[in-house]
Design a protein. Structure first.
Length: 249
C-alpha cells in the first residue's frame, strides 16, 4: 500500500490505511458510475473519497512502476493548485493498493466542498443571473487557472462547482483534476479551453467577450474564435461517439 497524506491531515492516517477494506461499508455514495464518490465524516472532518475503477492490465503495470495513477495525479495536482491560489477542494490524501506487484485499487481523498450549482445547471437553461455568473467564470478561469499555467484537460460542465456569495458574487472550484497540464497558456489556448463546456452560441459569446476584455483583446474576434473552437470540439466528440457505436455493432 502507498499512502500520500497532506501533513495537515496526518491524524487521519490510520483511517486512510484502513480505507480500502472499509470503503464499501461506510459513508454516503453521491456518485456511482465508472468511479464512485462517497461523503464520509471522520475525526469531525467531512471528506469526499473517490474510488477509481480498477485499471486494465497494462495500466496495472504502468501505475505500479512507470507513471502516476489517477489518484496520485489528483492529489499532486490539487496540492500544486492550492499553492498557486487556484480553487479546488482541499486535498487530504491518495491511497494506492497493490496486489502481487500490480496496481489494484486507488482512492483520492479531499475535503468536502459545499456548493450551490455547477456550470451544468446554467448551460442551456434560463438560470437567474446567468450572464453575470458566466462573466465571473471567465475571470476565474483566467486569473486562477490560465495565468498560473493550469490547463484543465477535462474542463466540462460538471467539473466546475459554483458557490453563491453575497452581492451577486460567486466562488468557483474545479474537480476531477487527474487530467491536467501545467504549462504556459496563450490567449487562443485559453479561449479554446471553454469549448468543453458544450454551451450554445449566446453563452459562448458572454464568456468570450469577458475573456477578451480582461486580456485586452478584440471581443468580436474572440467570439468568432470560441464559436469555431466549440464547433470543432463538438464535431470531434460526435465522431468518437459514432465510431464507438459502430464498434459495438
Amino acid at each position: 500500500m502507498r499512502v500520500h497524506v497532506n501533513p495537515k491531515y496526518n491524524k487521519l492516517k490510520s483511517f486512510l490505511i484502513e480505507l480500502p477494506d472499509k470503503f464499501e461499508e461506510i459513508g454516503t455514495s453521491i456518485y456511482k458510475g465508472r468511479n464512485e464518490i462517497k461523503v464520509i465524516e471522520v475525526e469531525g472532518i467531512k471528506i469526499n473519497v473517490k474510488s477509481f475503477k480498477i485499471p486494465h492490465l497494462i495500466n496495472k503495470i504502468a501505475y505500479a512502476w512507470l507513471r502516476g495513477s489517477k489518484s496520485k495525479h489528483s492529489y499532486e495536482y490539487a496540492m500544486k493548485m492550492i499553492d498557486c491560489g487556484a480553487n479546488t477542494p482541499e486535498p487530504v490524501a491518495c491511497v494506492e493498493l497493490l496486489k502481487g506487484g500490480l496496481f489494484n485499487r486507488s482512492f483520492y481523498v479531499s475535503c468536502h466542498y459545499e456548493y450551490d450549482l455547477t456550470i451544468r445547471d446554467l448551460i442551456g437553461f434560463d438560470y437567474p443571473d446567468k450572464n453575470n455568473i458566466l462573466k465571473q467564470f471567465a475571470v476565474f478561469t483566467y486569473n486562477k487557472l490560465h495565468k498560473n499555467g493550469i490547463h484543465h484537460l477535462d474542463y466540462s460542465r460538471g467539473n466546475i462547482l459554483i458557490k453563491k456569495l453575497d452581492d451577486c458574487k460567486y466562488e468557483f472550484s474545479v474537480v476531477d483534476i487527474n487530467r491536467m497540464r501545467f504549462e504556459e497558456i496563450d490567449y487562443q489556448k485559453g479561449l479554446q479551453n471553454f469549448s468543453q463546456i458544450w454551451a450554445n452560441e449566446e453563452e459562448l459569446e458572454v464568456v468570450a467577450r469577458e475573456y477578451a476584455r480582461i486580456n485586452g483583446k478584440d471581443e468580436n474576434e474572440a467570439v468568432k474564435l470560441l464559436i469555431q473552437f466549440d464547433k470543432e470540439h463538438k464535431a470531434k466528440i460526435n465522431r468518437k461517439k459514432a465510431l464507438k457505436s459502430k464498434l459495438r455493432k
